[in-house]
Every structure is written in structure tokens, then in C-alpha cells.
Design a protein around this ligand. Sequence first.
Ligand code: ADP
Length: 446
Amino acid sequence: KDIYTDVVVVGGGGAGLTASITASAHGADVILVEKLPILGGNTKFATGGLNAAGTVFQKEKGIQDSPQKFLEDTLKGGKYKNNVDLVNILAKNSSKIVDWLTNLGMDLSDVGRLGGSSVDRAHRPKGGAPVGDKLFDTLEKAAKNNGVHIKIATKAEKILYDGNKVIGIGVKNIDGNTYNIYAKSVILATGGFGANQDMITAYRKDLKNFGTTNSPGATGDAINLLKDLDVALVDMDQIQIHPTVAFNTNHLITEAVRGNGAILVNKAGKRFVNELETRDVVSQAELSQEGKAAYLIFDENIRKSLKAIEKYYNEGLLTEATSLKNLASSLEIDPEQLQETVKQYNEYVKLGEDKDFHKKSIKIKIEKPNFYGIKVAPAVHYTMGGIKINEKAQVINNSGKIIKGLYAAGEVTGGIHGANRLGGNSLTDITVFGKIAGDSAFENLK
Ligand code: ADP
């Protein structure tokens, strides 16, 4: 009961769906396999936005941006460890991908600021609603409309290789049945390994006992699948911890909360970092505070500015109080100091200058009751490293040669984000490179 097709895509997150849509739009027959009983992967959990430069939505709002600025921010954020050619592609294709998604019916008209970006560049639905859910729905619908054959609860366990090129995959379904799917092009879009504790600690002992925000599917299967093919891996020890995960949970609190004006304080009620620094910097700063944790503090205006916050509210993640003093007592942080910190911060907003930590976008006072707080700590969020690819999303082996018939896109790949991924860059990565992988997989059929 083996199956024959043109293109097989492994992984039903954003990268896999985008690749499937693209290859099928060209006219290829596409099968997508997803090991879990549901599609979506980490993509579905994405909350911040999709970074893009020079878009219609930025222009409407008078935001001056360019692929060059986007490139520079991404390289700086990645500590210049990034593969510059890949980042160039990311930046140059970003505004086109916003158009493409808009044409598929996605609303990306709200533009906000995430850490490490020098301008407002994070695109998301109106009202700042979580972007991952909407992106996933849009892509899933388009894949179905295009006739992509989706097989859930079907895990890729083997890559089939004839000594010259990749010719398909071996899969196992939920009933334990195994069979082969033969294809002229195979696209790996299996995501990262942030949910695989053993693999995380094998590369980074210091991350032992850290929580994770990852989907249970993010177990780094691709690395095992590829072990006989001598595939080149890059930056495997570059693992991102996200600074604002609700304490002792796997609930990520989007960076957009800070982007929209929330501050971070420690148990003593003091700010300790520029809240809009990159994720690595903010995480490290938190780990140096008492209890290795911090508190996000904001007011009613900020709550109202972001739909994502309503979700956290409904999930019971927020502490709410009628005054800052009461909020501090509930959160067990120093009440006098918290009031003093916020007073000082509001003066900086008035001045338009953060004299303590030099936060750039300082526009919103924290002054309107009710007041809200969330205790947060860093947790494993994203694996920057992975399979080495070239500009066509072809997979490269340790001798620097391409492996014929094999493509990869999304978190499973390495090199784009260097030593630290900027918030908002993963959705751009998975869509831009998912599309390229779909194009290349189709080219290979000719
Ligand atoms: P990306 O953002 O790169 O698209 P995601 O985490 O969103 O990554 O999606 C990756 C998907 O791949 C997840 O849904 C995950 O369950 C799936 N996956 C991982 N390993 C396998 C495998 N061996 N076979 C099939 N699907 C897999």
C-alpha cells in the first residue's frame, strides 16, 4: 500500500503548509504528513507578529522601513552569526509575503513593535490579535482549497535514498501501519526540538530543568531521519529562551505586551532592563534577579490595546488590582518601590526619554486603573540551529553538496537567525522559505 506522488511535505506547521500550497498552486500533486492528530505545530502558538519591511500597511501608517534596515536589525539581533544570504532573502521577500497572505484572506493590517526592531514592523490582525492562529487558519484553508492531501497522525520515520537522490519517505500511522510515500521531491518542515529535553540538554547543559513553550511535536525528528545522509547542521547550540513565560506554566506572554507599553520589574519593585531589548538580553537580566523571575506590569489602557491580553485574562493568568499598591501586595513585590518606579517611568514617558534603560519606544504611561501584573520567567522557546540550506531551500551535506530531491524550511533549518531570533521573524522565515521550498520542489519535477 505504498503511495506515489510528486511532492511529499513532512510537518503540518506554517512552513509545511506554505510549501504545500505553493507546490500545489504550480500544479504538483502534494501529500502532507503530520505526526500529531492535529495540524499547526508551534506556528499556531505564535503571538507577536510577522516582521516585514516596506509593506503597504507600514506605508499607510507613515512608517519608514526598508529590507536593508530589516537585514541590519536581524543580523544585529543574531549577533552577526546569521547566514547573510539567507537573511537577505528573508528581508527582500518579506513585503511580498504580506501581500501573498493578504490575498489569501489574512488580515495583517496592524503593525507593532517587537524587541530588537528599529521600527514598527510586526504585522498582525487588527486589534493586535494573536497572529499564529489566524495564519494557521488561512494556510490550512488554502491548502485544502488547493487539493493538498493531508494525512494527520502519520509520522515520517525514514527518508528513502537511492544512492543518488531522495525518493520519498517511510511513514507510520497511528495504528502502527508502516508504508512508503514515493515522491520526486521531499520537503522537511518538521519544526525545531524545543520540546525534546534530552536534545536540548545534549547541546546546552545550562538549560537543564528549564520549562518550554513548545508544541509536543517539536522533538527534532529530522535530525534522526537524516543521520545516514551526512546532512550539515548549523548552530545547534543556539537555543532561544523567551523572557516572558507565565511562571511555572507553558503560557508564553507575547512580547507585544511590552511593545505596547508594559514594564518589567523585579521583586524589589524596580525596573532592571530595557524591556524592548532582544530576548537573550532580557532573559539573562531576569535570571540575575531574585527568584530568577520578574513581573510584567501594565494598566487598563495597555490591556485594552491588545486582544492577546484578553485571552490571558480569560485564562486567569493576570493579577488585577484597583491600585498599584494593591497589585504589588498581591504579587508580593515591594509596594512603595513599585509606586515610585511607575511614577518615575511616567515622567520619562512625558519627557520622551527613558533615562534609566534607554528604551526607544516610550510613549505610554502606566496610570489608568485597573492595574495588572503577571509573574514571568524565561523558558525554552525556539531552536535557531538546524539543517543547513541554500538560497533555494535545498539541503546541504557536510561536503557542501546539495542532496538531490530534498528541501527544508522553517524552524527545522538553521542559519537565518544566528545566535538569537528576533520576535516576529519566525513567521516571516516559515512563509518566505516555505514558499521557496515549494517552488524548488516543483522545479525539480521538470
Ligand atoms: P514551522 O514553524 O517550521 O512550520 P512547526 O512547529 O509549526 O514548525 O510545525 C512542525 C510540524 O511538524 C509540527 O506540527 C510537528 O508535529 C510536525 N512533525 C515533527 N516531526 C514530524 C515527523 N517525524 N513526521 C510528521 N510530522 C512531524
